[in-house]
Design a protein around this ligand. Structure first.
Ligand SMILES: [Zn+2]
Length: 71
């Protein structure tokens, strides 16, 4: 049925993201289609796009980051 193949390219994000600031985006999960708020980590030199879907726990990475609305 629905095999949840988790693939994590990036290490777990650091704790002190408050110091770097945060940005949020509304994205749609590529597997279950759930639209949800996801955090973009303003890391250096590139922003980190990594979010676990609240619906199916799929790890959404930059390649599959389907932005619906930017807030
Ligand atoms: Zn999902």
């Amino acid at each position: 049925m629905n095999t949840t193949a988790k693939k994590i390219k990036y290490p777990t994000t650091v704790e002190d993201t408050d110091q770097m600031g945060k940005r949020y985006d509304i994205i749609q999960c590529p597997t279950c289609g759930l639209k949800q708020k996801a955090e973009i980590l303003l890391t250096s030199p590139y922003e980190t796009y990594l979010h676990e879907c609240k619906g199916c726990e799929y790890i959404i990475e930059e390649d599959e980051w389907n932005s619906v609305v930017t807030i």
